[in-house]
Design a protein around this ligand. Sequence first.
Ligand code: SF4
Ligand code: SF4
Length: 433
Amino acid sequence: MIAQRSFILLIAFISGYLILFAISSIREKEQRATRVSLVGCLLLLCASVLLLLFVSIPVIFWILTFSIIILITLFLMPLGTNTPVQIIGEKTRYDERDIMFARAHYTPGSDAYDDYYERHPDKAKIDREIRAMPELMQSGGRHYEPTDAARARANFNLTEQLTLFCNGQPALQKAAAEPDEIGLELKKMAILSGAVDARIAALDHQHLYSHIGRRLAEYGTAIELAHTHALVYAVEMDYTAMQHAPYMPVMVESSKQYLKAAAIGVALASHIRLLGYNARVHMDGNYLMPLPAIASDAGLGEVGRIGYLIHPRYGARIRLGAVTTDMPLATDSSILFGVQDFCRICLKCATHCPAGAISFSEEKEVRGVRKWSTNQEACYRYWRTIGTDCGICLRVCPFSKPTNMAHSVIRMFIRRNAISRQIAVWGDKLLYD
Ligand code: SF4
Ligand code: SF4
C-alpha cells in the first residue's frame, strides 16, 4: 500500500507541474507548449492508472524507486561542471572606433572617416553600403511603423539628453563611507529606482575601450579612467513586448529600457558625487566600456553565445547600465549557472538569427578571452534593413522565458546538472520550435 500511495503522490506531483506549465504556456500564448504539456500530462495519468490496475505491487515499488533515483539524479545531483569563461592570453582593450555604431556615422570628408579608413581600408566597402541604407526607426526600413518609431525616437532623444549628466564634479567634502554599507545602499537605490538586479565589481581596466569612437567630437581620444569600482545593474525588458521581435514594438521597449537604465545611472552617480567621490555613468550613446564583461565580473550573469549577458532570472531579456567610481565599495562575486555549457549544446540563437551573425562553432580567442564572437556587420546590416534592433536572438533564448515558477524550476535544474541541460535543450525544441 505504501508503494502505491507513494507512486500516486509522485504522479500527482509531476502532473501538477505539467498542468502548471500548461497554464503558464496559455498565459504566454505558446500554443504548442500548452498542447505538448497537456498531452504529456494525460499520457502520464493514463499510463499510471494502467500500471496501478494491472501491475503487481513489487513491480510498482521498483518503478517508483527507479523514478525517484532518476529524478534525484537529474534535478538534485550537481553533475558536470559549470565552466567559466576562460582567460587564455593577455587581455587587451577593445577600440570603440571599431564598433558598428561608431563606424555607421563616419561621414566622408570628416577627420574620423579619413583616419579610420586609412587604417582599415578593408572595412570601407561594407560600411559604405550600410551607411547608404535607411537609418533605424526611419521610413524605408522593412518594419518601419511611424507611431512606434516616433515613440522609440522620443525615448532615445531623452536618453541622449541624459548623456550630459554622465560626468560631474564631486562635492568638496568626502563623507565617511563604509564599503559594505554604502555598497548595499547604492544597490538598494538602484533596485528602488527600477533595476531588477544590481551588483558591484572591482573595475578591471582591460574592460575599458581603448579609444573613443562613437562620440565624434572626441573621436580617437585615449580612454583613461581612474576609477576602482563599477556598480552594474540590469533593467528588465518586458516579455510580451519582446515577443514582437523583430518588429517595431521591440525597439520601443529597448528605447524605454535604455532610458530607464540611463536615469538610474544619473541618480546613482549624482548621489555618489554628493558624498564627495567621482562617479561616471555608462549609458546608451556614452559608454566607456561594453558592459557584459564587467556585469559578469559583478555576478549579474554570464555572457552567452549571443555575446549579451544572460541573467539567471531574466535571461537575455535585460539592458545593462553602470556607474564607475573611486568610492571604495565591497564587491560581489561572479556566478556560474551553466550558461557556457548550455550554449555549447543549444545554438538556438544561431539557428534563428536571420543575418547569420551568431557563431555555430566553438568559442575562439578574442583579445585574450575564449568566447563566442558575433558578426557585428551582419547583425547591424540586418537592423538597417528592417529599421529596428531586431532582438530575435534575445526572444528565442531559452533563458529569456518569464520568471514564473514553471520556468524557474527548469532554470534550477539547468544550473545543477549537465544531463538536465541536455534534456532542457531537447524539451525547448519539442515545446517551442
Ligand atoms: S539581433 Fe537579430 S540579427 Fe542581430 S544577432 Fe540577434 S538575431 Fe541576429
Ligand atoms: S539561445 Fe541558446 S546558445 Fe544562444 S545564448 Fe541563449 S542559451 Fe546560449
